[in-house]
Design a protein around this ligand. Structure first.
Ligand SMILES: Cc1ncc(COP(=O)(O)O)c(C=O)c1O
Length: 348
């Protein structure tokens, strides 16, 4: 057999390698071996990226301090706000691009949560410096590696204790599955994440795991193509008069450009750009014919979204448009986006 079988059984004859499908399944093991191997460790697959985030946050002792980026995935920020409102954790919010601020915030923390590049502002954290400061204070370090993928960045090698993925995105790659993964060196604390999954049941379904494995097979070629197109779009966007600012770590003017070159094997396939205001951004998005206006990222279709329209993202620049670059022809995409900007996006 070349691909993995899909086993739908919820229970198994006693005495075999697995007895119940909330505890262990063969297809999780295959997926975990693949993602863990790419991250340089072992892995635990969960039912969504947020289930993976929640499993890691459960490691924080009651009342523990969690350092969290001011720009990070909304679900993570809102989830931590919820836990703080319950008195479960204390948040310490930092600008992850400011390595000194991150270092200063680590003292007394239980967990340093990092995301790099951040969603949606594409800010970069110096992961090795942050891990060093966190460990000096006895804190755990978790890195959300969803934007970079393990092909472009390996946080465990830079000192992180755990890596979190929304495997819904690039790892699966086709916008047809919701799934999460936590990776880490074998043993603690990763085994506590596995126990959390068995205890609370945030398990991926067999078909979702199969789809994730299928998507993973083409990650390298998808990412290479999408990244090349992202670079092309970022350069063209930067030259367009309607565009106020482009955020892409591959651009020489990005504040994290040098760090990206040291820490990453490529700037990735995500970028954001700013237009004058929300109305201009909406006009541009309305004028698109090829690219799709939708949330989420990492799939084969190029997706654009004005992020400030979402709950929890009101603090973002109103005209900020996030782009997840897909596999369409780069010149076709620019023809579409450039025309939309020409028609709808002129300033003033
Ligand atoms: C960076 C990042 N982390 C985590 C998540 C949550 O993942 P999921 O939607 O699979 O629960 C997302 C979702 O957009 C994300 O963008």
């Amino acid at each position: 057999m070349v691909t993995n079988p899909i086993d739908l059984s919820a229970t198994f004859h006693q005495g075999g390698p697995t007895e119940y499908a909330r505890e262990h399944t063969a297809i999780w093991a295959s997926l975990e071996e693949a993602v863990g191997g790419l991250e340089g460790g072992a892995a635990v697959a969960l039912s969504s990226g947020m289930a993976a985030v929640a499993a890691v946050l459960e490691l924080v002792p009651p009342g523990g301090v969690v350092v969290v980026p001011d720009d990070a995935y909304t679900g993570t920020r809102l989830g931590l706000g919820h836990l703080e409102s319950l008195g479960r954790v204390i948040r310490r919010v930092v600008d992850v691009a400011d390595a000194a601020a991150v270092g200063g915030a680590c003292e007394g923390a239980a967990l340093v949560w990092l995301e790099s590049p951040t969603n949606p502002l594409l800010e970069l954290a110096d992961l090795a410096a942050a891990a060093g400061a966190a460990h000096a204070s006895g804190a755990l370090v978790a890195v959300d590696n969803t934007f970079a993928t393990p092909l472009l960045q390996q946080p465990l090698a830079l000192g992180a204790d755990l890596v979190v993925h929304s495997a819904t995105k690039f790892l699966s790659g086709h916008s047809d599955v919701v799934l999460g993964v936590v990776a880490g060196p074998p043993g603690e604390p990763l085994e506590r994440v596995r126990e959390h999954r068995t205890r609370w049941g945030a398990i991926p379904g067999p078909f979702e795991s199969w789809l994730a494995l299928r998507g993973l097979r083409t990650l390298a070629v998808r990412l290479e193509r999408a990244q090349a197109t992202a670079a092309l779009l970022a350069e063209r966007l930067e030259r367009h008069p309607a565009v106020v600012r482009v955020r892409y770590p591959g651009l020489a003017g990005h504040p994290g450009h040098d760090l990206a070159r040291r820490q990453m094997d490529g700037p990735g396939a995500m970028l954001s750009f700013e237009l004058a205001d929300a109305a201009t951004a909406d006009r541009v998005l309305d004028a698109l014919e090829l690219a799709t206006v939708a949330t989420s990222l990492g799939g084969v279709e190029t997706l654009l979204e004005r992020r400030s329209r979402r709950r929890g993202e009101e603090q973002l620049p109103p005209g900020l448009v996030r782009v997840s670059v897909g596999l369409e022809d780069g010149e076709d995409l620019w023809a579409d986006l450039g025309a939309a900007l020409d028609r709808a996006g002129r300033r003033g």
